[in-house]
Ligand binder design. Structure first.
Ligand code: C2E
Ligand code: MG
Ligand code: MG
Length: 552
């Protein structure tokens, strides 16, 4: 793209040079004509004098001719020097302008130059009855790739992406790198043929998704594209277009990455909500608005309570009740998940310290935390501070973690297990993990995703799937937990399928620390502490008569 621009400038420059050449040529021709005029009579006189037809030639005429020759030579040399000087200066000027307008890494336009380019193409497009589309894209998980392979590798990847995209966009398109891994392609198009822009977006996605192999390191990347257009206005600013395309790109990412999405005004309010979420999370963390809730986990065979899963809850004073499915991904993206999770685990360990020692505490861990090489250390510090035995802690990691660098995941799981912490694979069945991965990672348990369990009694397909997961678990020696048990009917089917643990609304919804403590106290399942003297259980899971106290 940048080379085309340079070419264009050279062409303009050549035109300027040609004009100058014509003037000089005119002067040269005049000088030559003068020379011919003077030279004609001077030469005749010289010849006549040489042949002896006349005395000496006219001295004045000879001097005028010599002066004329000297003038032509001098003028020509001066012109040549000047032309070279002007050429040099022009070249330097052009290089400076190009440096100021292009991104030195990829050769694309840079952010500074977009305004000028955008004005030009918007006016041109309007004259031709066209519009301008801005296709804004960035690479999904580029930060992770950079961290994994280093910044040099990341830079080469960006160069490769720019090369690939330049080769699939049409000639009139202008590709700019806005910074980091963010690019924007400005594209004039016929509004009646919007599908052409769709096709270009798909081509860009495909070009980026082709495997990349640099220095023997292969990687697969995807991008998400947000598209905004000028709506037929010539005064649409590049900033507004980029802003709208950015909102659309965020939408594309949310609907599953590797996609493109056109901007729609309704997305604006969503983006505002997202901004409020971000600031809400930041202030909510300092004000302690995030609290752990606990959901019972039951041995389905005998109905005994075996532990609790800690689930984060947030009641924002401004936004109301927000589900962890909404705030956890945002906390991950703004880099606050580790701090948030650690503060919740800290509180949960304090709460669980008072529970019967046979009860397990399960906590969910984000893939972002799993990438932190110090995560195991941090967790051990929290356990030590709380005086909580590692054997009673279970870490739940989602199947999507297995798409990360598998070596890092394996070493993290191993170091957690070496400390006695149990590790289970959450939401199993949703993430396409392979059998080989399952075998190679030392999990302690599989948790079947609730989407298969809730409809189990009505949907034969789901029942078959759960059966298959249970027999896979048996084969790999991995115990199973089924989540999302809402009815007796489902419970019955699960019991028929095999031995497993379970959790779901049938046994209870997640409850706050106080309600959980009350439940445990009512079943005599709190250990005696200074806070709760006399609340010790004589036998935690049975009453004095030997009956089970924790029934499902
Ligand atoms: P998850 O770990 O799979 O947790 C189970 C989810 O299923 C919880 O949703 C729970 O309330 C819900 N659930 C349990 N039983 C039933 C049932 O019978 N029917 C239905 N419909 N739902 C049931 P919740 O609390 O909204 O959490 C959603 C997800 O958010 C969790 O899924 C987990 O992945 C994530 N999450 C929650 N807390 C944390 C946290 O502290 N850290 C991280 N990284 N993720 C968390
Ligand atoms: Mg879980
Ligand atoms: Mg789950």
């Amino acid at each position: 793209m940048a080379t085309a621009k340079t070419q264009e400038r050279w062409t303009q420059d050549k035109v300027g040079r040609t004009e100058r050449d014509v003037i000089v040529m005119g002067i040269a021709i005049a000088a030559c004509l003068l020379f011919v005029g003077i030279g004609g009579s001077a030469m005749t006189q010289i010849l006549d004098s040489w042949l002896g037809h006349r005395d000496r030639p006219d001295q004045l005429l000879i001097s005028a001719m010599l002066l004329n020759i000297a003038l032509i030579i001098f003028g020509w040399r001066r012109y040549d020097e000047l032309a070279q000087e002007v050429d040099k200066r022009r070249r330097a000027e052009m290089e400076a302008r190009e440096l100021a307008e292009t991104d030195p890494l990829t050769g694309c336009l840079n952010r500074r130059s977009i305004g000028t380019i955008m004005n030009r193409i918007a006016v041109d497009a309007c004259h031709r009855g066209q519009e301008v589309a801005a296709l804004l894209f960035d690479l999904d998980k580029f930060k992770l790739i950079n961290d994994l392979h280093g910044h040099k590798w990341g830079d080469r990847l960006l160069i490769e992406v720019a090369r690939r995209v330049s080769s699939v966009v049409p000639a009139g398109a202008h590709l700019a790198r806005l910074g980091g891994d963010e690019f924007c392609c400005f594209l004039p198009y016929d509004p009646r043929l919007q599908e052409q822009v769709d096709r270009i977006a798909v081509n860009i996605l495909h070009a980026i998704a082709l495997p990349v192999s640099l220095d023997g390191t292969a990687s697969e990347i995807t991008a998400s594209i947000g598209i905004a257009h000028t709506h037929g206005k010539t005064d649409s600013s590049d900033e507004l277009l980029i802003h709208e395309a950015d909102i659309a790109m965020y939408h594309a990412k949310r609907s599953g990455r590797g996609r493109y999405c056109w901007f729609d005004p309704s997305m604006e309010s969503e983006s505002r909500f997202r901004g409020e979420l971000e600031s809400g999370i930041r202030s909510g963390m300092t004000k302690g608005e995030f609290v752990p809730f606990y959901q019972q986990q039951i041995d389905l065979d005998n109905g005994e309570l075996v532990g609790f899963e800690m689930l984060a809850r947030w009641h924002s004073p401004k936004l109301g009740e927000i589900s962890p499915e909404i705030f956890i991904p945002v906390a991950e993206e703004i880099g606050l998940i580790a701090d948030l999770s650690e503060s919740l685990i800290k509180r949960a360990l304090q709460d669980a310290k008072h529970w019967d020692p046979r009860l397990i505490l399960s906590v969910n861990i984000s893939p972002v935390q799993l990438r932190d090489p110090w995560f195991a250390q941090k967790l051990l510090r929290l356990l030590a501070e709380a005086g909580f035995p590692p054997e009673r802690l279970e870490i739940e990691i989602t199947e999507s973690c297995l798409h990360e660098d598998i070596g890092t995941v394996r070493s993290m799981i191993t170091s957690l297990k070496n400390q006695g912490i149990q590790v289970s694979l959450d939401d199993f069945g949703t993430g396409y993990s392979s059998l080989a991965q399952l075998r190679s990672l030392p999990f302690d348990r599989l948790k079947i995703d609730r989407s298969f369990v809730t409809e189990l009694a009505e949907d034969e397909g789901n029942a078959k799937l759960v059966e298959a997961i249970v027999s896979l678990g048996n084969e790999l020696n991995l115990p199973i937990t089924a989540e999302g048990i809402e009815s007796e009917k489902v419970l019955e089917v699960l019991r028929r399928i095999g031995k497993m643990k379970g959790q779901g609304f049938l046994y209870g919804k997640p409850q706050d620390a106080h309600t959980t403590q009350e439940l445990l106290a009512s079943r005599n399942l709190l250990t005696p502490t200074q806070d709760h003297p006399g609340q010790a259980a004589e036998s935690p899971l049975t009453d004095q008569a030997g009956n089970r106290k924790i029934a499902g």
